[in-house]
Design a protein around this ligand. Structure first.
Ligand code: DQA
Length: 171
């Protein structure tokens, strides 16, 4: 999953030497997801975050994507990371954890940058408390995947690969 553009964004046909780079996907995990494996395993499963991130990297290589992961318990740090992604990432895959339901700051950061977003949740939030039914980012997301545990991240990465190759490939 590569595109024929050099670092300046020039596409094929510009009459210059071309380099091919992988699409870059940034994965953001919100608060308490660092405790996966020990945190409410009956809801979130026994897999640890580092194992999810390792599999995302591996799958990314298979799909031709370069994958970076970031976790923070702090809303401001997540906003900073989203801002930093605006010139560096082709797509953001995000599980904002509890900030999904409360954070206008994370929504505003995602709205401020022209980077497509896929929202992921391990659990099916609609089977849970009603305060989890609202997402501040749902309408900004290209798509949302939830209820499949860790598999949801891998499904989202496959969706990202398809989306990027169909919408951002050089003509
Ligand atoms: C979650 C669902 C949220 O309601 C919760 O606060 C989380 C995890 C999920 O992945 O299912 O921290 O985003």
């Amino acid at each position: 999953m590569t595109r024929e553009k050099d670092a300046s964004g020039r596409g094929r046909g510009d009459g210059e030497a071309k380099s091919v780079r992988a699409f870059r996907v940034l994965v953001i995990h919100g608060p308490n997801l660092n405790l996966l494996g020990e945190r409410e395993p009956e809801i979130y499963g026994r897999i640890q975050l580092r194992d999810i991130d390792r599999e995302l990297k591996r799958l990314g290589r298979e799909l031709g994507l370069s994958v970076d992961s970031f976790q923070s318990n702090s809303e401001g740090a997540i906003v900073d990371r989203i801002q930093k992604a605006r010139n560096r990432s082709d797509l953001i895959l995000i599980n904002p954890g509890a900030y999904t339901h409360t954070s206008i700051a994370i929504r505003d950061a995602l709205a401020a940058i022209a980077v497509p977003v896929i929202e992921v949740h391990l659990s099916n939030v609609y089977q849970r408390e009603s305060f989890r039914h609202h997402s501040t980012i749902a309408d900004l997301a290209v798509g949302r995947i939830m209820g499949f545990g860790a598999e949801g991240y891998y499904l989202a990465l496959r969706a990202a690969a398809t989306l990027l190759s169909t919408t951002m490939a050089a003509p």
